[in-house]
Design a protein around this ligand. Structure first.
Ligand code: AN0
Ligand code: CP
Length: 318
């Protein structure tokens, strides 16, 4: 594997999950593989899980790790070509990227949707410049439209906890006070569509995701109906995608907060969320603390998904 950006990059999902479970059983199995190889993690946005789990994954493989937080101590970066740089940004991404590439063997990038231009966000202009100009394999640590390390960890978690071959998995929108990207739900949908699970998406009208991600998933606007018989509830807020409303908060309706009321009609479903989560906006205290909640094991599996991805990338380094 060269880059890890979408579900397609991981190939067969059954093989990937089997590899993940093998690594989970012995996470230091490949501890020699990364000797004298350096991972650089570049963050344009905050992170708790991604920075810790990806660093841990690199350490499992014996790699060295460098972390750069662009907004803390680095020069402010211009990202658009052709700009007369007489403002507050002393450096251009077009120099910064190859320089970063010269100090490492693999680069991880976190660069969220900026909501300034839907076209730029959905064309992944920042991430693609890293792929084009770093000269290194690049993996996404959540880019503008996808969060594949999260989705892979989510898949591992579902495979570990499912009680039937083809569980019913429901992605539900839930309210949040600030505009959030569509990357997590897009990615989750893309990965679920690549399985043979029964997959349903529920959200208020106006929160339709891009069709390239929802694919053939069933869209159900009635949340209670969507939850009926579900085996897994995956909650997430996202801002509007469609048309003029791109990046806007259209609803803060707390009827959509996941509570015991909706969980009661499920098949004793497990509750999932990628974290960070705002309690009593997205999910009630009772549901997130219930024995059916998987949020902690789900986050723990981020170390496993990252170990598989880094292992595959460094195995192919020249
Ligand atoms: C981010 C998001 O919704 O994309 C990161 C989630 C992993 N969440 C927040 O910014 C709160
Ligand atoms: N789930 C996730 O990616 O968390 P962080 O934003 O804390 O990395």
């Amino acid at each position: 594997m060269r880059n890890f950006i979408t579900v397609k990059d991981i190939g067969n999902l059954k093989v990937a999950v089997a590899e993940a479970l093998e690594i989970k059983a012995d996470r230091y199995k490949y501890c020699e593989l990364g000797k004298n190889k350096t991972l650089m993690m570049v963050f344009f946005n905050s992170s708790l899980r991604t920075r810790l789990s990806t660093q841990k994954a690199a350490l499992n493989l014996g790699m060295n790790v460098i972390v750069l937080d662009i907004n803390q101590g680095a020069w402010k970066l211009e990202t658009e070509r052709g700009v007369i740089m007489d403002g507050d940004k002393p450096e251009h991404l077009l120099e910064a990227i190859p320089v970063m590439g010269s100090y490492c063997d693999v680069i991880g990038v976190r660069s969220f949707a900026r909501f300034e231009s839907k076209e730029d966000d959905y064309n992944e202009v920042i991430l693609n410049q890293f792929i084009k100009y770093s000269g290194r394999p690049v993996f996404s640590m959540e880019a503008a439209t996808r969060h594949p390390l999260q989705s892979f960890a989510d898949l591992i978690t579902i495979e570990e906890h499912k009680k039937k071959e083809r569980p019913k998995v429901v992605l539900t929108w839930a309210p949040h006070p600030k505009a959030l990207p569509q990357a997590v739900p897009n990615s989750f949908a893309e990965w679920m569509n690549a399985t043979d699970y029964e997959f349903v998406i529920t959200h208020p009208k106006g929160y339709e995701l891009a069709p390239e991600f929802t694919g053939n998933a069933k869209i159900e606007y009635d949340q209670m109906k969507a939850f009926e018989g579900a085996d897994f509830i995956y909650a997430k807020n996202w801002s509007a995608y469609s048309g003029e409303n791109y990046g806007k908060v259209l609803s803060m309706d707390r009827e959509w907060t996941v509570s015991e009321r909706q969980m009661a009609v499920t098949n004793n479903a497990h509750f999932m969320h990628c974290l960070p989560v705002r309690r009593n906006m997205i999910v009630t205290d009772d549901v997130i603390e219930s024995p059916q909640s998987l949020v902690i094991p789900e986050a723990a599996n981020r170390e496993i998904s990252a170990t598989v991805v880094l292992k595959r990338i460094i195995s192919e380094l020249k």
